[in-house]
Structure formats: C-alpha cells, structure tokens
Design a protein around this ligand. Structure first.
Ligand SMILES: CC(C)(COP(=O)(O)OP(=O)(O)OC[C@H]1O[C@@H](n2cnc3c(N)ncnc32)[C@H](O)[C@@H]1OP(=O)(O)O)[C@@H](O)C(=O)NCCC(=O)NCCS
Length: 181
C-alpha cells in the first residue's frame, strides 16, 4: 500500500474531493451535497483525505464544537463523516489512526457517535467506547429546548487529563449547542 494522508480545511477541498465526499454522504446517509458556494459551514471543518496511489480510499473530518460538563466549557473536536470508499482493506483503520495521532498531538477531547454495528471497528482503531453514551448528550436547540439524541455508542479520545473519562465514570450529562454531528 502506498497511502498518503492530506489534512486540510473544508474550504481547501478540491472539486474532485468534494465530489467524492458528497457522493458517499448522499449514498449512505441521504445527505444534501455540500458546495463551496452558498451555505458552506463545512469550510471550517478539518478533513483527512487518504489516497492509495492517487485514488481516494477513505476520508473523515473533525468539527470544532463546544460542549459543557458541569457548566464548564470544553472546546472539542467532533469526529464525523467517516467513510471508506473501498471497504475491508484497512483503509478505514489507517484513516482513524491518522486522526487519532492528530487529536493526541493537540491534547484535546474528540468525540463521535456511531451505530452499534460500527462500534467494534472504532474499538479496533484504538478509540475509547462509551456504550450508549449518546444518551448522555443533550442538544440545546435555537429555541433553548433540550433535545435528547437517539440511541447509539460514543467513540472518543481523551487526552485532556481525563475530563471525559471522569464524566463517563460519573454518568454526567453533556450539553451542546451544535446539533448531532
Ligand atoms: C465503517 C467503515 C468506515 C469501516 O471502514 P473499512 O475500511 O471497511 O474498515 P477496515 O478495513 O479498516 O477495518 C479495520 C478493522 O475493523 C474491522 N471492521 C470494519 N468494519 C467493521 C464493523 N462494522 N464491525 C466490526 N468490525 C469491523 C475489520 O474487520 C478490521 O479488523 P482487523 O483489523 O481485525 O482485520 C466503512 O464500513 C464505511 O465507510 N461504512 C459506511 C459509512 C459509515 O457507516 N461510517 C461510519 C459512521 S459512524
């Protein structure tokens, strides 16, 4: 394998990269395509694009998000949009390992959500797993309503003096103003 990873903001995605990202988001999760024109919140996200001999084989992103534990604010990385375009060849694991290295180098907390069927994959990639962790996340919407997210596990890296690990141990609620990512 001749794998290369580029790390860049959403704003810097080439049209080829954006096309591949949009193709898979639409195919797997029926999401509207992103565009560099119009509303482009994805521009502030950090993308990890893995290529094998030029072909894009996996990609993922980190979203800057604030969470609140006991009213204390933490700026974290939200892990999202994890895809392999060719499955079962180790490309997903390679991607998650590169993302983990990056997260650890910045001493931050990173959190993502996953369906139970993918939990084992993230575990194999060296991420912490908070079983049914999503139940502890409360989204405060634009009308200040508390919205509970749906069932699923939470994957995380906590390189921040165990802030998140401690919250998990004490079954704390985690509040955020950014909708489920
Ligand atoms: C989840 C996904 C990214 C995995 O990528 P992949 O490239 O197929 O995974 P890899 O080949 O790197 O697998 C790494 C290891 O995890 C295992 N694995 C992969 N997917 C798994 C799953 N769903 N359940 C259990 N184990 C899994 C592999 O068997 C492999 O194990 P090994 O190291 O013991 O051989 C890919 O299936 C995908 O793109 N799915 C659709 C999008 C999606 O659901 N993304 C996740 C959103 S939460």
């Amino acid at each position: 394998m001749d794998l290369q990873t580029s790390i860049k903001s959403g704003k810097e995605l080439t049209s080829e990269e954006l096309e591949v990202v949009n193709f898979w988001r639409e195919k797997e999760f029926n999401k509207e395509p992103w565009s560099h024109d119009g509303i482009n919140y994805f521009h502030r996200n950090l993308f990890f694009i893995v290529r094998d001999s030029e072909q894009i084989v996996s990609f993922g992103m980190l979203i800057p998000i604030d969470i609140f534990i006991d009213k204390q604010k933490y700026s974290i990385d939200g892990i999202a949009t994890i895809f392999s375009t060719i499955r079962g060849k180790g490309y997903g694991k390679y991607l998650m390992e590169r993302m983990k290295e990056y997260i650890i180098s910045r001493d931050k907390i990173a959190i993502g959500f996953c369906e139970n069927k993918n939990t084992e994959f993230y575990k194999k990639c060296g991420y912490g797993i908070w079983k049914n962790g999503i139940d502890n996340f409360i989204y405060i919407d634009e009308n200040n309503n508390e919205v509970k997210d749906e069932g699923g596990d939470t994957l995380y890296i906590d390189n921040s003096e165990q802030t998140l690990e401690n919250a998990i141990q004490s079954d704390k609620l985690i509040y955020h103003y950014f909708p489920h990512w």
